[in-house]
Design a protein around this ligand. Sequence first.
Ligand code: GDP
Ligand code: IMO
Ligand code: MG
Length: 434
Amino acid sequence: MSIHMKSDVLLGLQWGDEGKGKIVDFLTPQYDIIARFQGGPNAGHTIEFDGKKFVLHTIPSGIFSEKATNVIGNGVIIDPYILQKEIMELESAGADVKGRLIVSSKAHLILPSHRLLDAVYEQWKGKNKIGSTLKGIGPAYTDKVSRNGIRVGDLHNDDFNKKYEAAKSRHLKLAKLYSNDIEGVEIEGMSFDDYEKVWFGSLPALKALKHLDTAYFLNNARAEGKKILAEGAQGTMLDIDFGSYPFVTSSNTTAAGVISGLGIPPSSVGRVYGISKAYCTRVGSGPFPTELLDETGEKLRAEGREFGATTGRPRRCGWLDLPALKYAIMINGVTDLMLMKTDVLNVFDTIKVAVKYRINGKETEEIPYDLNQTDIEPVFTELPGWKQSLEGITTYEDLPESLKNYIKFVEKETKVPVTVVSTGPDRSDTIFRG
Ligand code: GDP
Ligand code: IMO
Ligand code: MG
C-alpha cells in the first residue's frame, strides 16, 4: 500500500509581501518538493541568508536547497525573459537551477504583447487603475480563460511561431483600441520591438529546462511518500474571487488555487500555513481599511523597509486588520499562523489592532461586498509595545512579555496557533514552534 503523504500549503493572508519567500526557504529542509501554483512574475519573494539577498519572481523559494525539487505548476504564468534573468542570477550564485527545477508543460506564457496590453489598459483606466505590476498578468490569464493562450508545451511544436504571430496581431489590434500611442509604451525599459527580440532570445533557456505534466509528477511523488509544500504568491485580499475586486490580481491566490494550479486532490492537503505581517501593507491601488496616512504609517514604512520587491514602489502601511485576517483564515482553512516582521514594531510604545469595522454607525466583523465604495471606520484596541530589540532571541520563551501577549491576543481572536514568529529578514531570524 502506498503512503500518499499529505501536501502542505503556505500562502499570504493579506495583500501580498507577507514574507512567503523567507518562510518557504526556511521550511524547505522539511520537504522534498516546493511547488508554485499560481501567479507569475508579479510576485517578488525575498530570501536572505549568509549575508546574501535574492528576490525570486517565478522560481519557487526552495531553489537554494540541494535536495528539494522545485516545480512551476500549470497554474503559474511564465515570462521567459524574466525567468532567464532569474536563472542566470541564481546560477552565478552557485545554485544548480536546471537540476532542481521542473516546469509544467501546461503553464501559460506571458508574451511581449500581453505586457503591452497591461500597460495600455492601465493608462486607459486613468485614476481607476489597479496599480498593476505591468508584468502582463491580467492579459495572459485572460487569454488562458478565453482559450487563446500559448503554453510551455507549445514551444516544442512546429506551429509555435504561427500561434505567436496570431496572438500578437490580435493583441496589437486590441491595444490600438485603447491607446493612440502604443509605440510609446516601454517594456523593461525597452521598445516593444527590442523587448520582443530579447524575449525570443530567452526562449532557449526555458526550453532547456525539464518540461513535464507536473500533475503526474506530483501525484506520483505523493504515492512514493514524498512531501510537497505548495508556495502561494500574492495574498488572499488580492484573490480574483475573494479579494478586494476589482483591485486584485487575476488568479486564485487562496487554497483553492492549489488544487487547480497543481492538479493534486483537495483530500491531499494537510497543513495550511497562513502568513501575515504583524501589521498590514498594500502596494498598488484599492481599499485598505486600516491604512495610516500619517507619520505612524511613515514610521512603519521606514522601520519595515516597505518598498516593493518587484517594482520598488513604496508600500502603503497600516495596523493589523483582524476582520480581514479572520476572513482570510476562513477562506483558506488556515491551520497555522506565521506572524512576520514583529521586529518592525519594536519602536512603538503601543500597538493598535483593528478588531471590528464600523460601517454606517454599525459594528461588524464581516468584510462588506464593496470594500471600495464603503466608508469603513476601523475599531481599534491598543496593546502595550515591548520597546526592545529582538536580535539574538531564538526561542519563543525568551521573547518580551508584551510581544508574547500580542501573539496570544492574535491567537485568541483568530483561534489559530501562531507557529512561526519572524524577528528579522534573515533565515536565522525565525522562531519555529511546530
Ligand atoms: P513575499 O512576497 O511574501 O515573499 O515577501 P517580500 O519578499 O515581497 O517582502 C517581505 C520583505 O520583508 C522582504 O524584504 C523580506 O526580506 C523582509 N522580511 C521578511 N520577514 C521579516 C521580518 O521578520 N522582519 C523584517 N524586518 N523583515 C522581514
Ligand atoms: P508577492 O507574491 C504585493 C498587486 C499589484 C496590484 C495588483 C494587481 O510578492 O506577495 P498584477 O500585476 O497582478 O496585475 O497587479 O496586485 N500585486 C502584488 N502586491 N505582492 C505581490 O506578490 C503582488 N502581485 C501583485 O501591486 O495592486
Ligand atoms: Mg513580494
